[in-house]
Ligand binder design. Structure first.
Ligand SMILES: Nc1ncnc2c1ncn2[C@@H]1O[C@H](COP(=O)(O)OP(=O)(O)OP(=O)(O)O)[C@@H](O)[C@H]1O
Ligand SMILES: [Mg+2]
Length: 253
């Protein structure tokens, strides 16, 4: 399989804070790679570097074999769908306008834009007639998250970056959206980098998981590979925590 995304020894420091300390990994075409790690380990910074919202301090990032630093950042950004942490809908724009914002930047004609906006709203389970004209604060948190995913899908990018897109939701809604994303993946066949700090979410969605800790890659592999042979103490602890929680829960019931 072809490599869709490749990071080689990528580092990022912000005046003294080492956010990313030499990370290398590949994401294959059509694969979902989940970046898993606790708060502050560098997940968002990595996604933003892939999208050229942040420039790396050093290292190489390639998309489809081409170094992105040699390309127009705006073009790079428009070729990638990005669902940002904390939803990030524009509050003064309708849901339809939010979803079609990239299509507008790309100069799509009005009728094509309207059709595509309806199509992606349908994909994420938001009825276009009902939700298109509303403003973000007229939607529930879960519906806003859906709109954020619709916006990322609108221009049909081959690559989707999703930064804790279901992070702010209750467990039930979160589960529904995870299952829907799994279904959607089968029909849209995209390369996805999905960020979470939730190990269960990682296990549900990932083809492979990259575990990060304090700006370093701890291990990358399938769920089975990571469970059967955790490489570092951090990964061992990470795996033990939910198992301990389950044990406690079972003993209490
Ligand atoms: N613009 C910035 N200036 C200075 N430090 C920054 C900046 N952006 C991020 N950092 C620091 O870099 C580290 C990694 O941040 P990052 O946002 O990538 O973490 P994260 O893994 O996404 O965390 P979370 O799960 O809380 O979203 C943190 O210590 C953060 O404080
Ligand atoms: Mg983050």
């Amino acid at each position: 399989m072809e490599k869709a995304i490749e990071l080689i020894d990528v580092r990022k420091h912000f005046n003294g804070t080492h956010a990313v300390r030499g990370v290398s990994f590949e994401v294959l075409d059509g694969e979902t790679l989940v970046l898993l790690g606790s708060s502050g380990c560098g997940k968002t910074t990595i996604l933003k570097m892939i999208n050229r919202l942040i420039e790396p301090s050093s290292g190489v990032i390639r998309i489809n074999g081409k170094d992105i630093l040699g390309q127009d950042p705006i073009e790079v950004r428009r070729s990638i769908g990005y669902a940002i942490q904390g939803i990030g809908l524009f509050p003064h724009m309708s849901i339809a306008d939010n979803v079609s914002v990239v299509l507008r930047l790309k100069g799509w004609p009005e009728d094509k834009k309207r059709d595509r906006t309806g199509e992606v709203l349908d994909m994420v389970g938001l009825e276009p007639e009902t939700f298109g004209p509303r403003y973000p604060d007229e939607l529930s948190g879960g519906q806003q998250q859906r709109a954020g995913v619709a916006r990322a899908l609108a221009a049909d990018p081959a690559i989707l970056l999703m930064d804790e897109p279901f992070g702010a939701l209750d467990a039930v809604t979160r589960n529904v959206l995870q299952q829907e994303l799994l279904k959607l993946k089968q029909t849209i066949k995209k390369t996805i980098v999905f960020v979470t700090h939730d190990i269960f979410e990682a296990f549900t969605l990932a083809d492979r998981i990259a575990v990060l800790h304090e700006g370093r890659l701890q291990q990358i592999g399938t769920k089975e590979e990571i469970i059967s042979a955790p490489k570092t103490e951090f990964v061992k602890d990470l795996l033990l925590r939910p198992i301990e929680q389950l044990k406690d829960f079972k003993e209490a019931h």
